[in-house]
Write a protein that binds this ligand. Structure first.
Ligand SMILES: O=P(O)(O)OC[C@H]1O[C@H](O[C@H]2O[C@H](CO)[C@@H](O)[C@H](O)[C@H]2O)[C@H](O)[C@@H](O)[C@@H]1O
Length: 260
């Protein structure tokens, strides 16, 4: 006896909001920040999932919003950039930092100049309100980078240091991927949905915790200690998961229409 394939649906009344990290989650890690390879199909997959989720899909990243727009062009999604320092809502309005914090971040970057001149294999990324110091091309300089970042932020309690993948970043105090996720969740179209946050790095832990505090799920890509309740294997699996969640939302909508 043959049976029709099952079209998976969400339980009645359950609607998801998807939040995803970018580097190491939507795209594989590259040697340099500008060298990431973005699969041609990625923007289309995200656009389709966002459509099925009534636009409740956002990127929460350490990158600047403009970087995400560049990599996903012509798609423009809601994005929290620079670890929550900047946030573009679904209506396109932007929440940013005050001028003093922006200036302070520029000053931190300025204090790192001599280190970069002496060690041109290091990369400094100046963001609006944050600074990243990359040592992927010179792993032996990790300790020197750490000391330089500590000195550049010494006595400035407006910034916290966070360690990512071969990078040390200065992030405004009180900002995180968790605060960004919670801010989105207070607004349409995210409000009253169940959040899923997908990420791969230590800086994603705040996002996992925030999603789970709101009744959702954190999904960690790869190994390592995590607060996330679930794990996923690799970037390709993340793409499939996002596609699958979009399918489920579409199936649920169709089922509701048929049974109305
Ligand atoms: O929060 P994310 O979207 O994961 O962004 C975190 C940082 O990602 C980028 O740096 C990392 O990816 C680079 C490209 O693969 C890699 O070369 C680097 O070593 C990684 O640390 C980005 O450049 C940073 O601004 C983000 O904060």
């Amino acid at each position: 006896m043959s049976s029709a394939p099952i079209a998976p649906r969400m339980a009645p009344g359950v609607k998801l909001a998807i939040f995803t990290d970018f580097d190491g989650t939507l795209v594989d890690i590259a040697e340099r920040p500008e060298e990431v390879e973005v699969p041609v199909a990625l923007a289309h997959q995200l656009e389709r999932a966002a459509r099925e989720l009534d636009s409740a899909l956002a990127v929460i990243t350490g990158r600047q919003i403009e970087d995400i727009d560049h990599f996903l062009a012509p798609l423009t999604l809601p994005v929290a950039g620079a670890h929550g320092s900047q946030r573009r809502r679904v209506d396109g309005s932007i929440e940013g930092l005050d001028a003093d914090t922006l200036t302070a971040a520029e000053e931190i970057a300025g204090q790192l100049e001599s280190l970069i001149v002496d060690n041109p294999e290091l990369i400094i990324e100046r963001k609006k309100g944050a600074v990243a110091l990359h040592y992927r091309q010179a792993p032996d300089l990790e300790y020197a980078c750490r000391i330089a970042m500590e000195e550049a932020t010494y006595n400035d309690d407006r910034f916290d240091l966070i360690h990512g993948k071969m990078v040390i970043e200065a992030r405004p105090h009180g900002m995180s991927k968790g605060t960004a996720l919670k801010a989105f969740m207070q607004e349409a179209p995210f409000r009253d949905r169940t959040p899923i946050f997908i990420g791969d790095d230590v800086t994603d832990e705040d996002g996992f915790i925030a999603a789970q505090e709101l009744g959702g799920i954190g999904i960690k890509l790869g190994t390592g200690k995590t607060a996330a309740k679930m794990r996923i294997a690799d970037v390709d699996s993340v793409h499939s998961l996002i596609q699958g969640l979009g399918d489920m939302a579409a199936n649920s909508r169709e089922h509701e229409l048929q049974t109305a």
